[in-house]
Design a protein around this ligand. Structure first.
Ligand code: HEM
Length: 394
């Protein structure tokens, strides 16, 4: 890295990343694709090829991070484990999210959830779909997939946000800890009701699979993994629904194309999560001395795998800042890669691309953005719209 690039990386401000990370990513990819960024206290890896390469070497780029705040908030979840310990917990969860189960069990569930939500506001002619639709849809869908009993969708959204804020609480703010501890206690209380029920009445849900696996997970393992799934399986589909709806509402031509050929909804989903990746960055830590893109990384280096940057790498995606469902097929990395590749990918595709978005555009006539209230985006570790005010004809 030359001095100018080093100065640039050193000067990166987290507020600028939060507001609009893409110009910063573009400069990093070009001049310093593996750069130590003091504000993030990590080496940020921003090129598509380097991200794919590091995910091929999980024994070097470990998912276990020393002093992980995620472990402090949730306990030791599968997402921060390596090798056999990770595989054991992932294997227990897998049956609940296989493509066949998604098709036969979760697709009808998602459709019922989406229809009921739209029934609730269809007559209003205007709404902020972020709060009225995307958030509740993701929350209710996750409650069903987890198998949680007696949990309100609003509570799940509050718990999810509070725990995710805790995992990012590097400022050690006591109020953030208080809220994340309260959220974790809420999940534990819900499990006190849910586990005995599913112990006696097995079904296809995630918690039931964890309980009844050939090698069942302990109560402690179930609690940690349920917390990480609440943290990671709610905001991402919510943000993908809101981003995908916004992208089509802002582009008449592509919208007309999709409405004329519903088979294109699949492409809308994939292009949405490439364009604004809901998980923009996740951590790794080097287990041994190594090198990536010519940069020496001593053992114990903290790494930020910046999916949001890799998915806008112009060596893979031409004109990467443009939302374009007609772009030539190329592999996006919005679901990560390697052993931790998103376990919920099939469920997310179905929930967002097959059910939520097509149903929304079909049922709300002449759906359009509210010109008086623009859509705002924020975030870089997680990124998505902050609101989605729309109108339609009633
Ligand atoms: C658009 C929606 C989604 C996106 C973009 C997304 C993205 C990701 C990414 C990038 C990872 C890898 C994280 C890492 O390696 O540190 C991941 C892992 C994971 N995701 Fe998703 N996710 C989505 C939806 C879901 C849903 C709906 C569920 C559950 C129902 C889910 C469950 C999981 C689990 C359990 C893991 C950890 C897998 C492991 O450690 O082996 N995800 N997801």
């Amino acid at each position: 890295m030359d001095t100018i690039s080093e100065d640039f990386a050193t000067a990166i401000d987290l507020n600028d990343l939060w507001t609009d990370p893409y110009p910063i990513y573009e400069r990093l990819r070009r001049n310093a694709p593996v750069a130590f960024v003091p504000a993030a206290n990590r080496y940020l890896v921003t090129r598509h090829a380097d991200i794919v390469e590091l995910e091929r070497k999980p024994e070097i780029f470990s998912a276990h991070e020393a002093n992980s705040l995620m472990i402090r908030v949730m306990g030791h979840t599968m997402i921060r484990k390596d090798g056999a310990a990770h595989k054991r917990e992932r294997t227990a969860c897998e049956p609940a999210l296989r493509p066949g189960v998604v098709k036969n069990k979760w697709v009808p569930t998602f459709q019922a959830i989406v229809d009921e939500l739209i029934d609730g506001f269809e007559k209003d002619g205007a709404a902020d779909l972020f709060d009225r639709f995307a958030g509740p849809c993701a929350s209710l869908s996750l409650i069903a997939m987890l198998g949680l009993k007696d949990v309100d969708q609003k509570d799940l959204r509050v718990w999810s946000q509070a725990m995710m804020d805790g995992t990012g609480n590097y400022a050690d703010d006591p109020e953030v800890w208080r809220r994340s501890d309260e959220a974790a206690a809420g999940v534990d209380a819900a499990l006190d009701v849910t586990i005995p029920h599913l112990q006696a009445n097995p079904d296809e849900s995630l918690i039931s699979c964890m309980l009844h696996a050939a090698d069942p997970l302990s109560r402690e393992e179930i609690a940690a993994n349920v917390k990480v799934i609440i943290g990671g399986g709610l905001n991402e589909p919510r943000d993908a629904i809101a981003t995908g709806a916004y992208a089509l509402l802002a582009d008449d031509e592509q919208r007309r194309q999709v409405e004329a050929d519903p088979s294109l909804w699949r492409k809308v989903f994939e292009e949405t999560v490439r364009w604004v990746s809901p998980i923009g960055m996740y951590p790794r830590q080097t287990a041994v001395d190594t090198e990536l893109a010519g940069v020496r990384l001593p053992a114990g280096s903290r790494i930020g795998v910046v999916l949001g940057a890799g998915n806008r790498d112009d060596s893979v995606f031409a004109d990467p800042d443009r939302f374009d469902i007609n772009r030539p097929k190329a592999p996006h990395i919005a679901f990560g890669g390697g052993p931790h590749f998103c376990l919920g990918a099939w469920a997310a595709r179905a929930q967002v691309g097959e059910i939520a978005l097509p149903t929304l555009f079909k049922r709300l006539r002449n759906l359009r953005l509210d010109e008086n209230d623009p859509v705002r985006f924020g975030g870089w570790v997680f990124r998505g719209p902050l609101n989605l005010p729309v109108r339609w004809d009633v």
